[in-house]
Design a protein around this ligand. Structure first.
Ligand SMILES: Cc1ncc(C[n+]2csc(CCOP(=O)(O)OP(=O)(O)O)c2C)c(N)n1
Ligand SMILES: [Mg+2]
Length: 322
């Protein structure tokens, strides 16, 4: 699907919103204003953006502990996300979920997930529902390289193939599962080769290049919508930060981090490409930058001042009412 002028502006807004959201969360976390734990998506923005640009609110995604980028790309309300990260009453989950559980079901965002690989069977369910109801909806299950070692992911891959479900396994290979490098945790020659073991095609894309991800994701999603069944897309995406905020990263060569920041910055690359071929102007991009910064600033100020859940809210939202 070729990207028109408005699509490019939208893609840049997503990339930039994720980038600035995460930079600010990092800063606030360091200052101690955010409770709990957080894992940032910095460096991987092009993956969420490249996939979600092909989806509507009727399509579903499942996410991971590193979920802010997926939420933003799927269109979740940034202000309510920030409220949730601050555990405030008007957050997406009424302040009871925090960073690792942000969900907005009506947007098709089935939730970030603190259990590695556990989002994948949820997306499988959405794909089964889409097929059973005779729709052309699809589901995308985001997961890290480490998640491909989980049994529930294997079972989901098998079931998706057997039932020919419209499910895409979007694997973000950032080279690490927590502090363990992929060379040590992956038994197979590659993640893509695992898909073959389940009888599923796989493709690979440079996860620091929005356009490469957009193309690979588009092919897999179009195939699934047309009834072609599941596919795995592995995106090689750099993790700019530690596993979590506060991770000293003693297991990582500082030159590696410097190198990926300099050479694998998906926001910078996007800017260079669209300015280079003249499809967008610097003024258009700068205007988005200013709007995004304003949105993030307002979100943080509002989140800090917002009320916390009340004691009597403790027992609500424990079970969903069907
Ligand atoms: C079932 C389960 N096992 C272990 C953990 C602890 N844990 C949290 S994140 C993580 C690594 C996940 O690696 P990956 O899937 O590559 O995601 P990334 O953090 O690189 O985005 C682990 C082992 C967990 N949360 N859930
Ligand atoms: Mg990883």
């Amino acid at each position: 699907m070729p990207l028109g002028h408005d699509d490019l502006l939208r893609a840049y807004r997503i990339l930039k919103t994720i980038r600035e959201f995460e930079m600010r969360v990092s800063k606030e976390y360091e200052a101690g204003t955010i409770p709990g734990f957080t894992h940032l998506y910095l460096g991987q923005e092009a993956v969420a953006a490249g996939f979600c640009m092909h989806l509507t609110d009727d399509d579903s995604i499942s996410s991971t502990h590193r979920g802010h980028g997926h939420c933003i790309a799927k269109g979740c309300d940034v202000r309510r996300m920030m409220l949730e990260i601050y555990c405030k009453r008007d957050g997406t989950c009424h302040g009871k979920g925090g960073s690792m559980h942000i969900a907005e079901l009506w947007r098709g965002m089935l939730g970030a997930n603190g259990i590695v690989g556990a989002g994948v069977p949820l997306a499988l369910g959405a794909a089964l529902s889409a097929k059973t109801r005779g729709t052309d909806r699809v589901a995308v299950a985001f997961g890290g390289d480490g998640s491909t070692n989980q049994g529930g992911v294997f079972e989901s891959m098998n079931m998706a193939v057997v039932l020919k479900l419209p499910l895409i396994f979007a694997v973000e290979n950032n080279g690490y599962g927590e502090h363990t490098g992929i060379a040590y945790h992956l038994g197979a020659p590659s993640i893509a080769s695992r898909a073959a073991g389940f009888g599923m095609p796989a493709s690979e894309a440079d996860g620091a290049d929005f356009f490469a991800v957009y193309e690979a994701a588009g092919a897999a999603i179009a195939r699934a919508r047309a009834g072609g069944g599941p596919m795995t897309v592995v995106c090689d995406a750099p993790r700019w930060r530690g596993h979590f905020e506060g991770d000293a990263q003693a297991y990582r060569d500082p030159n590696e981090i410097r190198h990926i920041r300099e050479h694998r910055d998906c926001v910078k690359r996007f800017r260079e490409r669209v300015l280079g071929d003249g499809t967008l102007t610097a003024a258009e991009l700068d205007a988005i930058d200013a709007e995004v910064l304003r949105l993030i600033e307002e979100s943080v100020v509002a989140a800090k001042a917002a009320p916390q859940p009340r004691p009597e809210d403790l027992t609500s939202d424990v079970y969903v009412s069907y």
